[in-house]
Design a protein around this ligand. Structure first.
Ligand code: NAD
Ligand code: UDP
Length: 309
């Protein structure tokens, strides 16, 4: 049994990760400030004696005796991370520094949830870990993109200067049950619109692409990376099936049997045109393969949103 800290544990991915770590027999300490996370996501874990919940903002230091740290605390949806952009940067700089200091002090291994956004609007396709990215440093998304890039730099510098045991995972668009209703990301937006027979809002002409990973696949990849010896990444984890946003809208209309119509809304600035992970490294080093087909994952997510509406 390990003592594992999951920051952002009340969020979408963090709640699934905590659930899996508990099922594997670990003690989980969830630290969350509840900005985008919710108690609802972890209600079913609160009775478990091996689960502890601490309301805390990682911008403030915290001292806990732990063996592993999964640092997921950071809003992930563009709508949410732009509400308080300065806070998003602080979470990725001061917050990540606090978690690295904690790892240094307790000799814990730390895994940082990085993102495909470090590649920005990529001019290399699909994206390999060796690609340095194409990020606008002063745009609306930079609080998140550049924040996560600094977080990666901090991880590497703590490793080089203090020999901290680090892991960096670059997560590609992940979806599934427990995405917040007001999350604003494309999968939850389209499913909710379809279930309510409201217009489906495609930004731009819908030709931009994304590669969508079901949350269970991602969590498996995260745990595999954390427990892999002699490999710190960065490594891409996701699903390499690539779809246009228009195809996604059509799939969701079909799977829900919705009467919704598609409408086109302006494309936000710096919205990446295409995105697909090159998963060669994850396959080679972690034996990672995504297993959930998009239609199966969408059906599970639709079922979840039907149950909460
Ligand atoms: P989410 O918004 O559901 O979860 C983030 C959690 O962190 C929430 O519970 C929130 O309350 C908490 N949080 C935010 N700032 C905090 C702070 N300063 N202190 C303590 N807690 C704080 O998002 P998610 O989709 O579950 O994403 C989790 C992590 O994975 C994030 O770091 C995100 O950047 C990364 N990621 C997610 C995706 C994706 O597609 N979902 C893709 C790439 C990277
Ligand atoms: N998007 C859209 N309609 C929505 C929400 C998002 O067309 O209601 C688009 C968005 O502009 C982007 C893609 O879907 O091109 C993925 O957006 P999301 O916010 O889910 O993730 P990210 O842009 O961070 O990859």
């Amino acid at each position: 049994m390990k003592n594992i800290l999951v920051t952002g544990g009340a969020g979408f991915i963090g709640s699934h990760l905590s659930e899996k770590l508990l099922a594997e027999g670990n003690h989980v300490i969830c630290v969350d400030n509840f900005f985008t996370g919710s108690r609802k996501n972890i209600d079913h874990l609160l009775d478990n004696r091996e689960f502890e919940l601490i309301r805390h903002d990682i911008i403030e230091p915290i001292l806990l005796q732990v063996d592993q740290i999964y640092n997921l605390a950071c809003p992930a949806s563009p709508i949410h991370y732009q509400i308080n952009a300065i806070k998003t940067i602080k979470t990725n700089v001061i917050g990540v520094t606090n978690m690295l200091d904690l790892a240094d002090e307790t000799k814990a291994r730390i895994l940082q949830a990085s993102t495909s956004e470090v590649y920005g609007d990529p001019d290399v396709h699909p994206q390999k870990e060796s690609y340095w990215g194409n990020v606008n440093p002063i745009g609306l998304r930079s609080c998140y993109d550049e924040g996560k890039r600094v977080a990666e730099a901090l991880m590497m510098d703590y490793h080089r200067q203090h020999n901290v045991d680090i892991r960096i995972i670059r997560i590609f668009n992940t979806y599934g049950p427990r995405m917040a209703e007001n999350d604003g990301r494309v999968v939850s937006n389209f499913i909710l619109q379809a279930l309510k027979n409201q217009d489906i809002t495609i930004n731009g002409d819908g030709s931009q692409t994304r590669s969508f990973c079901y949350v269970d696949d991602l969590v498996r990849g995260m745990i595999a990376l954390m427990n892999k010896e002699d490999f710190m990444g960065p490594v891409n984890v996701g699903n390499d099936g690539e779809y246009t946003i228009k195809q996604l809208a059509e799939m969701i209309i079909e799977l829900t049997g919705s009467k919704s119509k598609i409408v086109y809304t302006p494309l936000p600035s710096d919205d990446p045109c295409k995105r697909r992970p090159d998963l060669t490294l994850a396959k080679e080093v972690l034996g990672y393969e995504p297993t959930v087909h998009i239609k199966d994952g969408l059906l599970k997510t639709i079922e979840y949103f039907e149950s909460i509406l």
